[in-house]
Design a protein around this ligand. Structure first.
Ligand SMILES: NC(=O)c1ccc[n+]([C@@H]2O[C@H](COP(=O)([O-])OP(=O)(O)OC[C@H]3O[C@@H](n4cnc5c(N)ncnc54)[C@H](OP(=O)(O)O)[C@@H]3O)[C@@H](O)[C@H]2O)c1
Length: 392
C-alpha cells in the first residue's frame, strides 16, 4: 500500500501545485463551513454567521500531508484574516515525517465574511475531499440551506477537521439516495472517471479502451463506466487478486502487466487494430507502450503518473499514427459551476443506478487519521478509506 499512498500523494501535490494561486486567495462572499461532528447530532445554527456550515465525513487519508508541507515551504505563509474565535478539532501537521506527524488538536477556525482571505499556514490541516451537512448559510446565498447534505473534492485543502470553511460554489448537493460514506469515498475518483470517459474522450458503444491500473481507485470506476457505455474494456493490473476485481468491475480482458507484455496482448486482443483510447495513470512504466497500443487517430489520455513522470514525447511519436495526446486535470473540467454540478450529478446518478460501485473497506475516527495513514502505508487497507467524525 506504500505504492498506492505514494501515488495519491503525487496526485494531491499536483492538485495543489496547479492551484496554488487560486485556492488560498480571497474567496467569494458565500462560504461554507463543514463540521465533521456526528451526523445524528444537532446542527449549530447561528454559531457560524456569514457562512454555510456542515457536519460530515472526510475521506481518503493519504501521506500527502507530509509532502504538502514539503512543498509549502516556498508558499506564502501568512496569518488568515480570521473573524471570531470558534475552536474546533482538526488534524494538524507541524513538521515533516510519517503518519505520527498527524496531530489531533484544537484549532481556531474563525468565521468567513465578505472578502475573507485564507492563506496556507504552517501548521496546516490536510485533506481535500469531504461530505457534510449544512448548518448555516451566508448572506445572499441561494441554492443551499441548513440541513442540506453536500460534498466537495479538490480545493481548498483542510478537510481533516471538524469544521472547514469552503466557498459555496465548490460544494455540490448529495442526493438523499446516496449514503454519505459512499459519497465521501467517491467524490474525487468518481468525478475523475466522469470527466475522462464522458468529456475528455467520449467513450461510445463499439470502442475498445485500455485502462491501466484497472483495480486502482479511479481505474475501477473507469472500467465500470466504460463497460456501461458499451465499450470493450481491456484492463491492466499487477496481481491475480486485482485481476479478479477488474473482471468484477467490467473488464472484458485483463492483462497482468508485470507478467505479460501488455502491448503484445492488446495487439492480440484487438487483432492488430489497436484501441481507440488509453487511459493511462501509471505514467513512466506504461506511457510508451500505451502509444503503441493506439489505433490510427487514437487518444492517449495520460492523467497520472503512479510510476513516475513519463519521458518527453517527440512529436514524431504522434505523427506516426496521427495520434492525439492530452494530459488532463479534473480541475480544468469542472471550472464552471454548471460543469461541476453536471460532473458530480452524473456520478451520483450512476451510483444510485448501481452502474458504479465503490468498496469502502475501512473507516476510522477522524482523530485516528495518523493510524489510518500508518495502515495505508503498511498495506493493511484495500479499497476506499473514510475518516468519520469522532463518536460515530
Ligand atoms: N488528472 C486528474 O485529474 C487526476 C484525478 C485523480 C487521480 N489522478 C491520478 O490518477 C492516478 C490513480 O489514482 P488512484 O486514486 O486511482 O490511485 P490508486 O488507487 O492508488 O491506484 C494506483 C495504481 O497504480 C498502479 N501502479 C503502477 N505502478 C505503480 C507504482 N510504481 N506505484 C504505485 N502504484 C502503481 C497500482 O496498480 P497495480 O498494482 O495494478 O499496478 C496502483 O494500485 C494517480 O496518479 C493520481 O494522481 C489524476
Amino acid at each position: 500500500m506504500q505504492a498506492i499512498a505514494s501515488s495519491i500523494s503525487r496526485h494531491l501535490i499536483e492538485q495543489c501545485d496547479s492551484s496554488r494561486n487560486q485556492c488560498f486567495h480571497p474567496s467569494s462572499r458565500n462560504s461554507v463551513i463543514i463540521i465533521t461532528t456526528a451526523f445524528h447530532k444537532t446542527a449549530l445554527p447561528g454559531v457560524l454567521l456569514h457562512s454555510i456550515s456542515c457536519k460530515g465525513l472526510l475521506s481518503k487519508p493519504t501521506l500527502s500531508a507530509v509532502k504538502f508541507q514539503n512543498r509549502s515551504s516556498s508558499w506564502p505563509i501568512s496569518s488568515s484574516v480570521v473573524v471570531g474565535s470558534k475552536m474546533v478539532k482538526a488534524i494538524r501537521v507541524h513538521e515533516l515525517g510519517g503518519p505520527e506527524v498527524l496531530k489531533w488538536e484544537d484549532v481556531e477556525i474563525g468565521e468567513p465574511n465578505d472578502g475573507f482571505t485564507r492563506l496556507l499556514r504552517s501548521p496546516f490541516t490536510p485533506g481535500m475531499e469531504a461530505v457534510g451537512v449544512v448548518t448555516a448559510v451566508g448572506p445572499g446565498l441561494t441554492g443551499r440551506k441548513v440541513g442540506d447534505l453536500v460534498a466537495y473534492a479538490g480545493n481548498p485543502m483542510g478537510a481533516y477537521a471538524e469544521e472547514q470553511i469552503l466557498p459555496a460554489d465548490k460544494v455540490v448537493p448529495v442526493p438523499p439516495s446516496i449514503d454519505p460514506i459512499i459519497a465521501a469515498s467517491v467524490m474525487l475518483k468518481g468525478m475523475t472517471a466522469q470527466f475522462l470517459v464522458r468529456q475528455c474522450f467520449k467513450v461510445e458503444p463499439g470502442h475498445t479502451v485500455l485502462i491501466h491500473a484497472a483495480a486502482g481507485g479511479v481505474g475501477s470506476l473507469l472500467c465500470q463506466w466504460a463497460n456501461a457505455l458499451g465499450a470493450t474494456v481491456i484492463g491492466t493490473v499487477s496481481t491475480k487478486e486485482k485481476a479478479a476485481q477488474a473482471k468484477e468491475d467490467g473488464c472484458h480482458h485483463v492483462i497482468l502487466y508485470k507478467e505479460e507484455d501488455f502491448v503484445t496482448r492488446v495487439n492480440e486482443i484487438t487483432s492488430g487494430k489497436g484501441v481507440e483510447v488509453v487511459y493511462d495513470s501509471v505514467g513512466k512504466d506504461t506511457f510508451e507502450g500505451s502509444l503503441t497500443c493506439l489505433k490510427l487517430r487514437g487518444y492517449m489520455v495520460s492523467f497520472g503518473q503512479s510510476s513516475g513522470t513519463p519521458d518527453p514525447v517527440p512529436l514524431s511519436a504522434l505523427a506516426a499514427k496521427s495520434l492525439f495526446l492530452t494530459r488532463p486535470s479534473l480541475m480544468h473540467y469542472t471550472i464552471t459551476r454548471d460543469e461541476l454540478l453536471q460532473t458530480a450529478s452524473e456520478v451520483f446518478t450512476n451510483l444510485a443506478a448501481g452502474v458504479l460501485r465503490v468498496r469502502v473497506n475501512h473507516t476510522y475516527p477522524l482523530s485516528q487519521a495518523a493510524q489510518a495513514h500508518a495502515d495505508l502505508e503498511n498495506r493493511k487497507t484495500s479499497g476506499s478509506v473514510v475518516l468519520l467524525p469522532d463518536g460515530n
